[in-house]
Design a protein around this ligand. Sequence first.
Ligand SMILES: NC(=O)c1ccc[n+]([C@@H]2O[C@H](COP(=O)([O-])OP(=O)(O)OC[C@H]3O[C@@H](n4cnc5c(N)ncnc54)[C@H](O)[C@@H]3O)[C@@H](O)[C@H]2O)c1
Length: 258
Amino acid sequence: MHDFLGYAPGTAMVVTGSGSGIGEAIALTAGKLGLKVASWDLSPEAAERTAAAIRAAGGDAIACAGDVSDKAVVADAWARTTDAFGAVACLAASAGPPSFGDKDFTSALNLAIDCMRLPTEGWLEQPDAGSRAAIYLSSVQGPRYGAGVPWYTVAKSGIDGYMRSLAAMRPGGIRANAILPDWLRTARTEQYIDATGGDGWETNPMGRVGYAQDSANAAIFLLSPAADYINGISLEVDGGAKLRSMAWMRMWEASKSS
Ligand SMILES: NC(=O)c1ccc[n+]([C@@H]2O[C@H](COP(=O)([O-])OP(=O)(O)OC[C@H]3O[C@@H](n4cnc5c(N)ncnc54)[C@H](O)[C@@H]3O)[C@@H](O)[C@H]2O)c1
């Protein structure tokens, strides 16, 4: 797998939101592939847990704790990361606020966008690794579906747009893509998934819910030299769920029983 993906020895990757869920799966997978991993998370314990797991498996990782929507925190994390690893070639931006809970629209929207934008802008002030690839965690809830929490739909659409502006204008030579998961089973979502029927999502053609690793696999590929000509795509990691709407499935079931 390592040879096919083409990551050069010593390639460094920053993963935001690496303490849990999709970010954690990306960081651990990158560590297994021999990349140097900077584990950035709001939670110091979670950031360090992921970094320690990579080191325990023989890899190279550091932890940086703090809010990645805070410019000073991000500047410090970049300084620590480049001190440890030199120029960074890959950024996996997964950190962002959850859609649930009572949130002010404008604050939540700004927070979600800044979690993606500030690490990117900080990266552009760092030494150039010769090539740069980034992935951004959007969601099918943004560019594909409309129903749901309004600020989250707007934020995820905005993140997708931010990715496309980077892909088109290529500041610092960044090659950028987005990952659009549907509901995945992570710490963030499992209580809701369990409340709505576990893994047996009958409208999903794959017959199962997604997992963090499904998105991590897509991220590791899109960040790799093997994906060097893939730029500006919004890749749904949803098992094809959008192909079978709930309304269509209800009509289909009704037609079989009549
Ligand atoms: N889980 C899903 O079903 C799903 C679906 C579509 C999109 N997404 C997106 O994927 C990303 C990751 O989701 P997840 O399910 O893995 O979440 P998660 O809650 O399991 O993990 C998120 C991690 O990000 C960290 N984090 C949150 N805000 C931060 C901040 N401001 N600064 C630094 N770290 C921060 C948290 O501490 C946590 O460790 C999010 O952007 C989310 O919107 C998730």
